[in-house]
Design a protein around this ligand. Structure first.
Ligand code: BES
Ligand code: MN
Ligand code: ZN
Length: 499
């Protein structure tokens, strides 16, 4: 999908009297005795002679989060409709995430509208832009009937504070961030018959070329030559062979070097340790980490971060066949460690181990790895909170940033006693513990074995948060969500600012 055409606008009575928007979006807050108007609604309220809040109350509005109420303007404004969206209760002010979710709900409700004027940006411009664009997102590439088109043009009310130059810069950054999330969602939502290792690599190559990035892809022959036993083992069961993509952004002056690694299983059937049939289709999303880091390195280039950012993306399809790897196999990983495969469905950690060793060869200052790694993540933290593991300080920093972005992550430990449970009868380690307990953490412990000593690293398990199998909410529709792209963007910005 393409992003709507976005612009900034004044939010005065005169501006409203001239707007060519079809719908004006205002925010409401949940007050003690009914809805209150949020900042940004004053000019619209004036056109209604100050009676807007009362009118909304009459219609049963409360201002609760994501409530959408539409009022015809009956000639009071050239726009035909005022769309009031709930922000919920204002605590010490309205948070960016409240604005993002309300804008998302409005973005969804604007389907079929040509042009909208959004005033939520007076509360927070970046959050309003991200929320509106992401809420408006739909993936209809595979439908004959596309339904109502997403809103095509959006004008955002300029916030009262800050200069117009600053607002333009914020609009541009927020647009690029939303585009990166959409690129990620599009990749996740593309079905596995069309998105497989080679076709993913082709799409990465196109993005690299369009954005002037370094690009390299290893095919199965090169992977064999160089000894990527994990990627080759996992990818061996599919007629569509594995790949390893490297895509790099290197500005003239880079203060730090950040390696990104994302799990790219284009479909995870479990392999010989076959998954049950129910919901196996969700495993089309098992390349969410790969999509996220690909979009993130492109974003780093677009936003010209003063950092070297390199994404390493292992791509494989995990299928059962006569050429599959089997439970009992021992794989020699990139770098030489050996792993006994006890379950072919614990495949993500195998392709990631190879890739994390490869990434560390370039001596990055930080390693950020993200993957739909374990069902245990969903058991522990649910569908909307990622599990964040890694070296203590960097893990806590990333988890904090993740909550600030509204993507939500929680720091999780790597309990030392679980390491012994990965001991193997034959090899340096096994790919599973043989029990269910702490499954998310055990996967993190496995990965840690492949991280260079002293490297600041983080593993973000996004099994739940990357793919929405429920109803749309806030700025998140069904399917791929784009988590953790906004977190990676914010962590990169934080590293650029603070080292
Ligand atoms: N891709 C799955 C994890 C997953 C599960 C992601 C549900 C999203 C939703 C991963 O490859 C997997 O199968 N993990 C196994 C590991 C187990 C065999 C130790 C799991 O979690 O069951
Ligand atoms: Mn699996
Ligand atoms: Zn998987």
């Amino acid at each position: 999908m393409t992003v709507p055409k976005l612009a900034l606008s004044d939010n005065t009575g005169e501006a409203l009297a001239k707007t060519r928007a079809d719908v004006v979006v205002i925010g409401t807050l949940a007050g003690e005795d009914g809805p209150l108007l949020a900042d940004g609604a004053a000019a619209v309220d004036a056109a209604f002679d100050g009676r807007l809040a009362g009118l909304l109350a009459t219609l049963g509005a409360s201002g609760k989060a994501e409530e959408v109420v539409k009022i015809p303007t009956l000639g009071k404004l050239p726009a035909g409709v005022v769309l009031a969206v709930g922000l919920g209760k204002a605590g010490d002010g309205v948070t960016p995430e409240q604005v993002r979710r309300a804008a998302g709900a409005a973005g969804r409700a604007l389907a079929g509208t040509d042009r909208a004027f959004v005033t939520l940006s007076e509360l927070d411009l970046q959050a309003a832009v991200e929320g509106t664009v992401l809420g408006a997102y739909v993936f209809t590439a595979y439908r004959s009937e596309k339904g109502d088109a997403p809103v095509a043009k959006v004008d955002f009310a300029s916030p009262a504070d800050g200069t117009s130059r600053e607002h333009k810069a914020t609009l541009k950054a927020a647009t690029s961030i939303a585009e990166a999330v959409i690129t990620t969602r599009d990749l996740i939502n593309t079905p596995p018959n069309d998105l497989y290792p080679a076709s993913f690599a082709d799409r990465a190559k196109k993005l690299a070329e369009d954005n002037g990035l370094e690009f390299e892809v290893l095919d199965e022959k090169a992977l064999k030559r160089k000894g990527f036993g994990g990627i080759l083992g996992v990818g061996g069961g599919s007629s569509r062979p594995p790949r390893l993509v490297r895509i790099g952004y290197k500005p003239a002056k880079a203060a730090k070097k950040v390696a990104l690694v994302g799990k790219g299983i284009t479909f995870d059937s479990g392999g010989i340790s076959l998954k049950p049939a129910a919901n196996m289709d969700h495993m089309t999303s098992d390349m969410s980490g790969a999509a996220g880091v690909l979009a993130s390195v492109v974003l780093a280039a677009k936003l010209k971060y003063p950092l070297e950012v390199v994404a390493h993306i292992p791509l494989a399809e995990n299928l059962p066949s006569g050429t599959s790897y089997r439970p009992g196999d021992v794989l020699t990983m990139y770098g030489g460690k050996t792993v006994e495969v006890l379950n072919t469905d614990a495949e993500g950690r195998l392709i990631l181990a190879d890739t994390m060793v490869r990434a560390a060869e370039e001596n990055p200052d930080y390693l950020i790895e993200t993957s739909t790694l374990t069902g245990a993540q969903v058991v522990s933290l649910g569908h909307r909170t990622a599990g964040v593991m890694g070296s203590d300080d960097f893990r806590d920093r990333v988890a904090g940033v993740m909550r600030a972005t509204g993507e939500n992550g929680w720091a999780m430990p790597l309990p030392e006693e679980l390491r012994a449970d990965l001991d193997s009868r034959l090899a340096d380690l096994a790919n599973i513990t043989g029990h269910r307990w702490g499954g998310m953490l055990a996967a993190g412990i496995f990965l840690r074995e492949f991280v260079a000593d002293g490297l600041d690293w983080v593993h973000i398990d996004i099994a739940g948060p990357s793919f929405n199998t429920g109803a749309p909410w806030g700025y998140t529709g069904k399917g791929g969500t784009g988590v953790p792209v906004r977190t990676i963007a914010a962590v990169l910005a934080d590293i650029a600012a603070n080292g």
